[in-house]
Design a binder for this molecule. Structure first.
Ligand code: NAP
Ligand code: MG
Length: 483
């Protein structure tokens, strides 16, 4: 049967963003050239080089830490919470005002669909700054003391570049710390636009410093002797290296690492809603989500029905131009990540699981991977154990709630889980037995600044978001006082 109508693309205009040919580092309130080399950031949907970005050397990082220390001692730690809040509110409002620009730039540099950067990332980024602005003058009611730590060194990944920046910077500043932040190598542009927003908000120089670069720049930040707090989001492997690097120092550390969440569907769940939740759980943001529902655990009695509905739904997902407002699944963030997803998928096939990919036409240029599901997966398979960080779902079945719990918890990670059932009592008993920082019931991938987020086991330690998110940026009350 031929198509009854032609598809009409609805691309968002990129005229709203002004991408410069080259970018420097943001240190002490100004853009500097940096002393090191530079690297290119590309649009993963087209492989077009977007800009040349300075790579911060150890000396640059040292300068950024010194600027942050000065700003901390002379200005930011002396300011009242109410005054700090004014800056945070101002930043939040500018983010809203420039929301379209931020969303378009995020989609261009990262590859995520504009409907997600516009409707999910940027609104939550603004909400995060509003939320922590509210805490700045109320720290004494939060229960974690009121003394900031000093200079925070923060290193973030590429999957939610601006959102991870907000999760790091908003609570740090609200508590009175200053920051040196490194965005990921493949997605530096919205962090640099955020630096402009700091200028626009008249944030005192040195309170926020943005140093771009690769792993070495990150290493220089976390190992800098004058950094009091290390906040890292990224892979478990690098997280472990950081934990080793700061062991024995008095740096406070929070680590938000990988995950391999179970999305558990019981036979009494409303199946169409569950299918939407499964799709959202693994194909949102191309599956580049630490808390992605990458392991579907479906009750055996409804497994065939769920799989049939899931494949039908997956076949309707629109994969392509991230700037097209109708796109559901955008580009894979980098050639390296695409290679990792392909490799683990090939291992899945070799281990005997059955692979099915949605029939979709992929663009000729750029990095793409069709939404894919593996059935017949056993717990020992690598696709069931390792984080794939892409649009690939592994399906396992279970018969009883206890078996579901046991399989869900059979992972080195513990970041998130989903439960789909009609019974409230079952939701509660499952939530109590699942070893995961977040358990969603009859929904998935919902984020809110008021809600703490973080993991167990190899998913890291510490919480971001909510009142709990303040704890990682304040001196413990028991040992309080100045150093
Ligand atoms: P990654 O390789 O660990 O990189 C994360 C950041 O660390 C990047 O900025 C990276 O720089 C930098 N880095 C690399 N080596 C370093 C070192 N030795 N010392 C200090 N910094 C270093 O992780 P990724 O592959 O970009 O991100 C995906 C991972 O993040 C996944 O495992 C995902 O689950 C996790 N994640 C977790 C959460 C959470 O809240 N738990 C949220 C989002 C993502 P380059 O960019 O140059 O490599
Ligand atoms: Mg890029």
């Amino acid at each position: 049967m031929s198509n009854v109508f032609e598809y009409a693309p609805a691309p968002e205009s990129r005229a709203v963003v002004d991408i410069k040919p080259s970018y420097g580092l943001f240190i002490n309130g100004e853009f500097t050239d940096g002393r090191g080399t530079s690297f290119k950031t590309v649009n993963p949907a087209t492989e077009e080089v977007l800009a040349e970005v300075a790579e911060a050397s150890d000396t640059d990082v040292d300068e950024a830490v010194k600027a942050a220390r000065r700003a901390y001692t002379r200005v930011w730690s002396r300011m009242s919470g109410a005054e700090r809040a004014k800056y945070l509110y101002r930043i939040a409002r500018i983010i809203q005002e420039r929301g379209r620009e931020l969303a378009v730039l995020e989609s261009i540099d990262n590859g995520k669909p504009i409907k997600e950067s516009r409707d999910v990332d940027v609104p939550i980024v603004a909400a995060h700054f509003f939320y922590y602005a509210g805490w700045a003058d109320k720290l004494k009611y939060a229960g974690y003391g009121e003394t900031p730590l000093g200079v925070a060194g923060q290193v973030i990944p590429w999957n939610f570049p601006l959102l991870m920046l907000a999760w790091k910077i908003a609570p740090a500043l609200a508590c009175g710390n200053t920051v040196v932040l490194k965005p990921a190598e493949t997605t530096p542009l919205t962090a640099l636009l955020f630096a402009e927003i700091c200028q626009q908000a008249d944030l005192p120089p040195g309170v926020v410093n943005i140093v771009t670069g690769a792993g070495d720049t990150g290493r220089a930040i976390v190992s800098h002797p004058d950094v009091d707090k290390v906040a890292f989001t990224g892979s478990t492997e690098v997280g472990k290296a950081i934990a080793r690097a700061v062991a024995g120092s008095d740096k406070k550390v929070t680590l938000e690492l990988g995950g391999k969440a179970a999305n558990i569907v019981f036979d009494d769940a409303p199946l169409d809603q569950a299918v939407e939740g499964i799709v959202n759980g693994i194909f949102f943001n191309q599956g580049h989500v630490c808390c992605a529902g990458s392991r579907l655990l479906v009750q055996e009695s409804v497994a065939d029905e769920v799989m049939a509905r899931l494949k039908r739904r997956m076949a309707t997902l629109r994969v392509g131009d991230p700037l097209d407002k109708n796109t559901d699944v955008g580009a894979i963030n980098s050639a390296e990540q695409l290679a990792k997803i392909r490799e683990l998928s090939e291992i899945g096939e070799a281990e005997g699981a059955e692979r099915w990919s949605a029939p979709c036409e992929l663009p000729a240029n750029g990095y793409w991977f069709a939404p894919t599901v593996f059935t017949g997966v056993s717990q020992a398979h690598r696709i069931a154990r390792e984080e794939i960080f892409g649009p690939v779902l592994s399906v396992l079945t279970f018969r009883t709630p206890s078996e579901a719990v046991e399989k869900a918890n059979n992972t080195p990670f513990g970041l998130s889980a989903g439960v789909w059932t009609d019974k409230g009592s079952r939701i509660l008993s499952m939530a109590n037995r699942l070893r995961a920082g977040v358990v969603w019931a009859n929904t998935f991938n919902k984020f809110d600044p008021t809600s703490p987020f973080g993991g167990y086991k190899e998913s890291g330690y510490g919480r971001e978001g909510g009142r709990h998110g303040l704890e990682g940026y304040l001196k413990p009350i028991t040992t309080g006082g100045d150093r």
